[in-house]
Ligand binder design. Sequence first.
Ligand code: C2E
Ligand code: MG
Ligand code: MG
Length: 460
Amino acid sequence: MPDASDADRDALTGLHGRKLFQSLLGQAIDSARQSREPVALVHIGLDRFKVINGTLGHDAGDELLRAVAVRLNAVLRVGAPVARLGADEFVVLLEGQGDHAAIVDSVERLRVALGGAFVVAEQEVFVTASLGVAVFPEDAATANEFFANADKALQRAKHAGRDNTQFFTKEMRGLDSSRLALERDLRRAIDREEFVVFYQPQLDVKSGDVLGVEALIRWQRPGLGMVPPMEFIPLLEETGLIVPVGAWVLKTACAQAQQWRADGIVPLRVAVNISASQLRQNRIADVVEKVLAETNIAPSALELELTEGLLIENTLASSQVLHRLRDMGISISLDDFGTGYSSLSYLKRLPIDLLKIDRSFVRDVLSDSADRAIAAAIVDLAHALGLHVVAEGIETQEQLNFMRSLGCDAAQGYLIGRPMAADACAAWIKAERSKAVVPTDDGPAGPPTLTDVTPGLRVP
Ligand code: C2E
Ligand code: MG
Ligand code: MG
């Protein structure tokens, strides 16, 4: 191994730097060619490192990175090449593994080592990592290709969710070109007006009244049908295209709300999802103000949905923007609540009106006692703070009944209605509202319940 000069070391963690690592990688490839023993390159990305940095501060972030380096070294044999590449990205070279099964074993040990609790800034934090692995010689012919392919596997692992390992596969070879094609088509989609907004209804679970709708973008990609947002929103965010597209969704949804009002479908609140880059861009409040003026809808008819991670990343700036939006009379809701790196203090500090319990808790609420406890705690917490609670992803009558029994205020999900094109949604709302509540012999009718107004929905 060559002597490492300072420039070859990562100052923060003491691990190898990129240059030294690359030269070791070259040597490893040369010896693998001779020994015919496979070498594995593991790209490791820490999940949600930004959030930890943002919540606990940069010193804590640095402490965590040093602790990660120590854990990596503890799993690897002494002197194994391991480097830090970017802020929260590491690479490890696994040599002398013998065969594939041994590589899989070692990679799993790396993943598990990074998954436990770390103590930084005198607090316990839980970290997970995404790992991408390429194996030489089968996955690559050159050092550059080897490096790039392990990175592609990491990108795939990150997309697949947290705490995940992906090995490079032949299908990933086309990843770059298909990504470029997707980006090119997305840029054209704006000009060609291929985006559409669907609307999914939300019901008041006590009165059964339609409270509003959530605007959800779809892409009618020529030849590929209706593409769901999770397949293109990440790329819109990466490329910055989310800013114009997000503004378009906002305007379309507000114009639709105004049209519905003109058609006599009132009152109706429309909720629009806002992504991190839109909020970071400080102009969001100006954009909203302009759209409200152009479409002439009341600010109280607009709700903006944000996700937890987005707020924690930059709490102070977010707080200023949110206060400005709130002062305009817009409601703010926290989407997918419970899935982020929950730091509850921001619930107190930020002007939030509504929490949406993520559907991952609702899904098994009847069978999983932990989900039940979480859902119940979220409802109580929200109510104690004066916030409304919406249960997302209600698919069965039993889930609806249960969430109502916990005290949820509103519900959204396939049981009530799927996201629909604007016309279909208007027809749905009209049909829903036209169902009159018939007084019974027992006395005057109370507020309408879901049974009264929604076919197929039963109140226990
Ligand atoms: P979200 O804001 O949490 O929206 C709810 C998602 O859950 C929607 O998926 C909806 O179709 C789905 N859903 C609703 N009820 C049920 C149910 O009962 N069961 C199941 N399995 N799913 C249900 P969709 O439309 O695919 O959107 C996914 C995500 O994409 C949204 O999650 C939101 O984060 C994002 N998104 C959608 N439209 C926009 C947009 O215009 N701008 C931004 N920034 N993000 C958007
Ligand atoms: Mg949403
Ligand atoms: Mg959600």
